[in-house]
Design a protein around this ligand. Structure first.
Ligand code: UD1
Ligand code: CA
Length: 254
């Protein structure tokens, strides 16, 4: 299997950040969030990184201009996380070069992404032969996040967004942190089945694991992510929480 590639979702404006900067450029401890993500991917051995840009794309591109192995795809309209990956089809095909390769998908607003987690997911992906692996974690308060639904035997069934979840599903505390590994060919096939039939009328990347599972392929969810990685940034308060966690890790308190 050829070398992994990554897709970083970074096209959104981040309305709740109350800033004209694209959210992924908001600095955490003095460094734009997306840089932490790109650096973690590279440290985990992912050298080819596709960044999906949209809102003020040129700012994100110039910030990352000195990063090796990074290419950009523009998503002119933000029609959802699934759509953000759809616009990368040609770039994924180009990088995969006619073979299948692992595609790591992450978001640019999760600066706590751990190198060890990306490594663990890639290792599990290779060892199990799954076509899709969903990195998860448990949160005492999962409000707002996609819930990971499993069957009685503990096998992955689906990711259900908060706004689409039944009360029973909302009680689930295992959450999706938008950290996935897909087989490139399976990913591109599953994207063809995405629809906007959901509460937000968006194309959800979170539907791709279920589509693959329903087709009979092996899809797994692995609680490989550290609790600190559940700190994705939507608000200024989230950013403060990330900076506090970074300070804690730097002083080795953990
Ligand atoms: C997403 C997941 C949810 C997960 C949560 C935190 C979906 C449908 N839901 O929800 O299960 O718990 O993240 O990881 O994926 N983006 C684009 N283009 C778009 C839409 C989004 O590039 O058209 C980017 C945003 O800039 C952001 C990231 O994707 O960096 C996540 O988007 P966001 O709208 O914040 O997703 P959530 O609603 O948080
Ligand atoms: Ca988010």
């Amino acid at each position: 299997m050829s070398e992994p590639i990554a897709v970083v979702l970074a096209a959104g404006k981040g309305t709740r950040m109350k800033s004209d900067l694209p959210k992924v450029l908001a600095p955490a401890a003095g460094k734009p969030m997306i840089r932490y993500v790109v650096e973690a991917l590279r440290a985990a051995g992912v050298g080819r990184i596709v960044v999906v840009v949209g809102y003020r794309a040129e700012l994100v591109q110039s910030e990352l201009a000195d990063e090796p192995g990074v290419s950009f795809v523009e998503q002119t309209e933000q029609l959802g996380t699934g759509h953000a990956v759809m616009v990368c089809r040609e770039e994924i095909e180009r990088l995969a070069g006619g073979e299948s390769c692992p595609v790591v998908i992450v978001t640019g607003d999760s600066p706590m992404l751990q190198v060890s987690s990306v490594e663990a997911l890639l290792k599990e992906f290779r060892e199990t032969g799954a076509v899709c692996l969903v990195g998860t974690t448990h949160k005492d308060d999962p409000t707002g996040l996609g819930r990971v639904v499993r069957d009685a035997a503990g096998e992955f069934l689906a990711i259900v967004e908060q706004k689409d979840a039944t009360p029973e599903q909302q009680a689930v505390t295992e959450v999706n942190m938008s950290t996935y590994v897909f087989d490139s060919a399976a990913l591109l096939t599953s994207l063809e089945s995405l629809t906007t039939e959901n509460a937000q009328r968006e194309y959800y990347i979170t539907d791709c694991p279920r589509i693959l599972k329903d087709s009979g392929a092996q899809v797994r969810a692995l609680a490989a992510l550290k609790p600190c990685e559940a700190l994705s940034v939507n608000t200024l308060d989230d950013l403060k929480a990330v900076e506090a966690e970074m300070a804690k890790q730097n002083t080795g308190q953990q």
